[in-house]
Ligand binder design. Structure first.
Ligand SMILES: NC(=O)c1ccc[n+]([C@@H]2O[C@H](COP(=O)([O-])OP(=O)(O)OC[C@H]3O[C@@H](n4cnc5c(N)ncnc54)[C@H](OP(=O)(O)O)[C@@H]3O)[C@@H](O)[C@H]2O)c1
Length: 426
């Protein structure tokens, strides 16, 4: 029997305890190990919990759970940096495998923990830290270990995907869609971490770390959220054959790592465009494997607990066999490409005077900065005239300089939204 010490029994910890109980026989039959949760640390001992565990298992002393000789594997589902960091470090020091779902911790001090696990020769597994129930870390670490991954693009935040779906399908404003997401419990009262892209940025850092074996932290990730998007942006995108998604993108470019989160226009024929509501999906491009996509529930107690339990079973099997799971190896230091140097296609719309010669001045401003126009469309006439451009691939810095120059063109009244576009330009 492999005995688990559970740190935290909230949205993820409680369904994990129920799953271990419900699937005990199945797990034993499939994996050849019996798993029992023997100790549980929580903050508030008085809280009622719907879990099939005796009250005697519970304590508020998480250190004691880690130190308990009866505990073989430590599962951390408390969240945040401290005390999770110290507890995991101590468990590793004691040679106990650790399973965690903590993206914040891994995106900030992951390297320190991976190094400690490597040095101690113990498993540190974290499948649930990115995209909840979707198997992603194991495919990246194991199934694709022999391939060269070029780019990973993910819809890794269900709250923003829900908001963007309502804006696209119902014509809702950002504020109305956010309010609806809050009513349904998809968005927090304070939605900043989701809507400003910080949650997705933490996940992007972990994805880049695992996909490229590089040291990437949350602070390396350029991030823009969705709070500035207008219903007009979403409608224009649709008219042009695109859907707007908040994408976490990690890619290897000439040896550099480029990693960012921003609203992106995705062609409506791309598999990521079909990911609706609060679902998540991760699209991977590898040299040999080509394109593949993993899709599912990126959050929620049960899907996340399912991913945590998969890791627990893996760690338990390794304990029994005396081996270790696939490691991520030594993380290399790679240059993080600044956003100014990153290339994308762009969508721009601007309000212009509706008179002859306007286009020539605008085209000259683009040309000056080496930004080449792929398509242009005029919408509205007279005082409502707007021009919508899609560019070929251009550097962010050149695009920004073009926008700056366009503000000085007298016939351009206003440069409105600018969005990156996933297109057919490579
Ligand atoms: N919820 C999701 O959908 C989801 C998805 C993916 C990843 N995750 C990750 O999973 C982790 C857990 O999330 P959650 O939603 O389950 O959080 P949660 O509902 O807030 O649960 C946290 C648990 O930790 C306990 N706790 C807090 N501080 C503690 C301390 N100092 N000592 C001992 N126990 C302590 C709490 O005790 P009390 O119950 O007594 O307050 C609670 O049981 C986080 O890292 C999160 O990012 C969550």
């Amino acid at each position: 029997m492999v005995r688990v010490g559970l740190l935290g029994c909230g949205h993820v910890g409680a369904p994990l305890a129920r799953l271990v109980d419900e699937h005990r026989a199945l797990i034993e039959a499939r994996a050849g190990v019996r798993i029992e949760i023997v100790r549980v640390a929580v903050r508030n001992l008085a809280r009622e919990r719907d879990v099939p565990l005796p009250a005697s298992c519970f304590t508020h002393d998480a250190d004691a759970v880690v130190a308990d000789p009866e505990v073989d594997i430590v599962v951390e589902v408390i969240g945040g940096i401290e005390p999770a960091r110290s507890l995991i470090t101590e468990a590793i020091k004691q040679g106990k495998p650790v399973v965690t779902a903590n993206k914040e911790l891994l995106a900030n001090v992951g390297k320190e923990l991976f190094d400690a696990a490597e040095a101690a020769g113990v498993d540190l597994l974290f499948e649930a830290s990115v995209a909840g129930g979707i198997p992603l870390m194991r495919p990246l670490r194991e199934s694709l270990a022999g391939d060269r991954i070029r780019r990973v693009m993910g819809i890794v935040n269900g709250t923003t995907n829900y908001i963007l779906t309502r804006m696209a399908e119902d014509g809702s404003s950002f504020q109305d869609a956010l309010a609806e997401a809050q009513t349904l419990g998809y968005a927090e009262r304070d939605p900043t971490a989701d809507v400003e892209g910080f949650d997705a940025a933490a996940k992007a850092a972990i994805i880049a770390t695992i996909a490229f074996g590089a040291r990437v932290v949350a602070g390396d990730v350029y991030s823009e959220g969705i709070s500035e998007l207008t219903d007009q942006d979403i409608a224009s995108a649709r008219e042009l054959g695109y859907v707007v998604k908040l994408l976490a993108i990690a890619e290897e470019v000439d040896g550099d790592i480029a990693v960012r989160v921003h609203p992106t226009m995705v062609p409506s024929t791309h598999p990521l465009a079909a990911v609706r509501d609060s679902f998540n999906a991760v699209f991977i491009e590898g040299d040999a494997v080509g394109e593949l996509m993993l899709y599912g529930r990126g959050a929620g107690g049960e899907p996340t607990a399912s991913a945590v339990l998969g890791d627990v079973i893996d760690a338990a099997k390794n304990l029994v066999s005396g081996g270790r799971g696939a490691t991520i190896g030594a993380l290399t230091r790679r240059r993080i490409r600044p956003i100014d140097e990153v290339e994308s296609q762009f969508y721009l719309q601007m309000e212009v005077a509706d008179r002859p010669g306007v286009l020539a001045a605008i085209a000259a401003a683009f040309g000056e900065r080496d930004v080449s126009i792929k398509s242009m469309q005029q919408v509205g006439i007279g005082a409502d005239a707007r021009l919508i451009f899609i560019t070929h691939r251009a550097r962010e810095a050149d695009l920004r300089a073009t926008i700056h120059d366009l503000r000085d063109v007298p016939t351009v009244h206003r440069v409105g939204s600018v969005l990156r576009v996933i297109g057919d330009d490579r």
